[in-house]
Design a protein around this ligand. Structure first.
Ligand code: VGL
Ligand code: ZN
Length: 257
């Protein structure tokens, strides 16, 4: 850069270079991704407080809202688990599909939260859940106290009756992606801040996919609640092993600004 009489870098030249070149390379562009903060996971049919970790989903709402109010993210996304009535993950649909002969459990002895193998083709491992987040029902609505930002984007997943979708990027078979992938690219997002429900299921799968897609990925620990304590620990280890970052929500504002 040219220097002025005082020996400082010329402002106009620096500003030009920053805006037209440097910024586009080095400035983070931050997305806030709020995963599945829906009625069924908080107080409905898949209330996570009935699961082994006994955590309460309602507790994520205040810290998530606080970040919405205080941090200027470049984009905000809300994902919704959005299942058709005949979805493969619902235990009460188990008789609708043939079980593979190698499946340790079958329609007579599988219980909720168990995993069975459906015949396919191809054979497909599938965890069984109570009927939840059926499209256009109260259970699939975002919780009424969750703040919805203007110009934010909703992402629907789990819409294919034959394949479950924990990650907000890809279904569990990696057969098809959601609208999130294209939106992040189109907006030039570099950093993804992930939070929501359930920590060890959809939040974990989403953070893992964000890392493998090459995004700098920040998991906001106190804005997540999960199903199983051991699985939550495994989720955190996986994120850290793949060069993700785990922070408390009070650290986020300084990271983004
Ligand atoms: C989820 C179980 C089944 C989640 C979705 O959002 O974490 N968990 N479907
Ligand atoms: Zn689901």
């Amino acid at each position: 850069f040219d220097k002025n009489q005082d020996g400082y870098i010329d402002r106009d030249e620096f500003t030009f270079c920053w805006n037209s070149w440097i910024k586009t390379i080095v400035r983070p562009i931050n997305a806030y991704l709020v995963v599945d903060v829906q009625n069924d996971f908080i107080s409905g049919s898949l209330n996570i407080s009935n699961c082994s970790a006994q955590q309460n989903g309602i507790e994520v709402i205040d810290p998530i809202n606080k970040l919405i109010d205080t941090v200027e993210f470049d984009a905000v996304f809300y994902s919704l688990d959005w299942h058709p009535a005949d979805h493969v993950s619902f235990i009460d649909n188990i008789k609708q599909r043939p079980i593979h002969p190698t499946s340790p459990l079958n329609a007579d002895n599988a219980a909720v939260y168990d995993t069975v193998i459906f015949a396919g083709p191809p054979p497909m491992r599938n965890r069984l859940w109570p009927r939840h987040c059926v499209q256009d029902t109260w259970g699939s609505e975002l919780h009424k106290d969750l703040k919805i930002v203007e110009n934010s984007i909703k992402v629907y997943k789990g819409t294919n009756p034959e394949v479950d979708s924990y990650s907000v990027f890809w279904d569990n078979k990696k057969m098809s992606d959601t609208s999130l992938c294209g939106q992040l690219k189109q907006k030039g997002i570099t950093d993804v801040y992930v939070c929501g429900l359930a920590y060890d299921v959809c939040v974990g799968a989403t953070a893992t996919d964000a890392l493998s897609a090459g995004y700098r990925t920040i998991l906001i620990d106190d804005c997540c609640r999960g199903v199983d304590l051991q699985d939550i620990e495994t989720t955190k280890e996986t994120v850290l092993n793949n060069h993700g970052v785990i922070v408390h929500s009070k650290e986020v504002k300084a990271m983004v600004e």
